[in-house]
Design a protein around this ligand. Structure first.
Ligand SMILES: [Zn+2]
Length: 124
């Protein structure tokens, strides 16, 4: 299926260098405000594409003391409806000392679907 022009285009955040959607007016990674290019058609502070949180999970892991320092890697994989990996990234790495803990929050934001998310006008 052909996508409408501009849908799914990406660019690099000038602040944190993450790959983000060209339609984003605020970087979801660093919350930095972005310059508006022709792809968005947005005007600063006036038009922000509506988004909905489609998915959010939180979890934590720890290294109970007594123990020795342990390395960790946080990996996120995105699969399509056939289970095929379409993207996989190492989000972060680090070391947990004895008694240390880390929490991970994964959020998927989607552009709102005006046809579904906006209630129809009321009849008078
Ligand atoms: Zn950024």
């Amino acid at each position: 299926m052909a996508l409408p022009r501009g849908v799914g285009e990406t660019r690099q955040c000038p602040h944190c260098k993450a790959t983000i959607l060209a339609s984003a007016v605020v970087c979801p990674g660093c919350n930095g405000h972005l310059r508006f290019g022709p792809a968005t058609g947005a005007v600063a502070g006036v038009l922000k594409p509506a988004t909905v949180t489609a998915f959010k999970i939180e979890g934590s892991f720890d290294n109970p003391a007594p123990s020795s320092p342990r390395e960790y890697t946080v990996v996120v994989a995105i699969r399509n409806q056939r289970g095929e990996i379409v993207d996989r990234k190492v989000i972060g790495v680090g070391v947990l000392g004895p008694g240390d803990e880390r929490a991970v929050t994964l959020t998927v934001e989607m552009a709102a679907n005006p046809a579904r998310d906006v209630p129809p006008p009321r009849r008078q």
